[in-house]
Design a protein around this ligand. Sequence first.
Ligand code: ADP
Ligand code: MG
Length: 697
Amino acid sequence: MTHTEPIRYLKGVGPKKEEVFNRIGIRTQEDLLHYFPFRYEDRRNFKKIKEIKENEFCVIKAKILARNLKKMPYFMRARRVKNILEIAISDDTAVVNCTWFNQGYLYDKMEVGETLIIYGKPRMYDGKLKFVAPEFEVFEEGEDSLNLGRIVGIYSSTQNLGQKFIRKTISLALDNLDVQTRDSLPFDVRREKNLPNIVQSFKGIHFPQSFKEAQTARERFIFEELFFSQILVYLRKARHRQQTADSFSVGPKLIEKLKQNFKFSLTASQEKALNEILEDLKKTYPMHRLLQGDVGCGKTVVAAFAFASAVSSGFQAAFMVPTEILAYQHAETFQNLFKGFGYKVEVLVSSLPKAEVEKIHKEISEGKIDIVIGTHALISDSVVFKNLRFVAIDEQHKFGVAQRALLPKKGINPHYLIMSATPIPRSLALSLYGDLDLSVITELPAGRIIPKTVWVTEKKRQWVYDFIEEKISKGRQAYIIYPVIEENEDEDLRSLEVMYDDLKKHFDKFKTGMFHGKLPPKEKLSVIEKFRKGAIDILISTTVVEVGVNVENATIMVVENPERFGLAQLHQLRGRIQRSSYEPHFILLSAEELSEDVVKRLKVLEVTNDGFKISEEDLILRGPGDFFGQMQHGLPELKIANPLRDLDLLKEARVFAYDIIKTDPDLKKQEHRFIREKIDSLYGELKDSFSLLEEKA
Ligand code: ADP
Ligand code: MG
């Protein structure tokens, strides 16, 4: 079995090619074999040019009759067209043209007389069919059986590795496989699921004899990926259970007393989440729980009970939040909720004077502070707790992988609560956070008014301004949100800095304020304080207000260039303005021309206020890569599986994984050693750490 050998052992892979492969993460022959085609072309039968149809994908093989590279004059360059390459090709049935814009470098690859294989969708121009920027390969006489006369895999080859070279190299790596090649997917699982073995699967996915074979092979790899992710989930879960934690004494008296300090009663789902958490805290192994719920559903008060349980059991507790503003705000909430409890609650943020920070450090280490609420300042080396046994992280997606992992390490197996306002569909939560138990708050407190959401384009800017003016005259306040602080040459976006001056002039009757992430911390606090007090009517800001800014009277929000944001993020922003009994208005102000996809996306916000639905839509529209890329770092990389699409496979994989870990929680059994090795190689050291939130090294 040689496929763990470096790719340079393969014929044709010199140092240069090796480096290119390395750049896309391919080092070993095994990596290479996992570089799957993203689609296939049926090259068993080429279409004749006479038979091609408008807007239908086809593969043709044809000879170049003529080529022409036209450099555009300068006045055209303003429209970003620098050159146009046009070729005419023919087979024995007809002639068709192909055009590329700004890809003049292709000219040299297109000698007249050569034969090309073209893949694309012809379109009609001036009554004639034509290919615009189709994919192509140059056909060489005596071409081997890898590239022609069969179903051919197409690889993403951005890094100048030609399709043919990739196919050739992969086929060499395949030749190195034999019956001895280890299959880490256990035989029993494969048999029960009727999946092909690893060698068949590699062959099937790269060089399939039929589309069915390609599909079956793909399914096996999807299943494998999900299976190992679920093994990891259960392995970690088992590990959590093996740890010992101090159990909290949470009596009904404490809970009742705390409830008396509330001006409201908990919603049914807050109660449910609370009970789940309190049950966990009584256990002698640490809680690992994710508390999910839409913006404004009241996660903080639920968490407050856990804090009270910790302190009344004689322990310290820490609350990490992404912004200083949020830290101060939670501290204020806690001061109110814990009135009469005698808890010492402190804020620890890096903008405090050095002496103050040192004092707080000292008091934390002496156990004088019961609850500390802070930013990443909490995980600094110089913070040492006396007996930290409960930690919570708010708006968890705002933290990096390492940061999240560090906080619990400040205590001894502390109970751990992670909070998130991005409602992730349960199916996905299973795969991504599967080692965390899940509590979900599904309803908003009674009496909230759902914001009216409208999407308008540039034409209605004046109307938007008038609307803001009218509402402010009635005593309300407004946010105007921009995607960027400064103008940027490459993008046609409204920027905070440029618009601020305009808006200030336009709204000169009112008080405007500017807010963004680059302001010094002190100024941030003071701007928000002014906004809270009503000394600022219109807050012109970036999305930093997304978390923690809680101003009840601000009920208007305008978002410019909303197409730049994910749905989940827009929804989170909208959450800022549903905090009072005044009717809130959420206005999306976009450019005139938007793509269909974007329109579809923005429309979702108009019709629903349900965070779960919105997340799901967002996921479907953008795909998990994009969705998580934006809001969430450090997920285990799923290369081929998509938990949303492959939900059934995920559920099956879960059952198999569960059965294995149930009988062998440390994967010590001889028959599981391949699983163990695979987990080690996939997830390395991190397999023992907290949750799937952590990335492989
Ligand atoms: P989030 O889940 O977004 O963190 P918060 O915990 O900040 O929400 O709560 C939002 C607001 O709702 C706070 O002002 C809080 O006091 C209030 N709140 C929480 N629970 C209830 C409830 N059951 N009834 C009425 N208001 C509530
Ligand atoms: Mg919150």
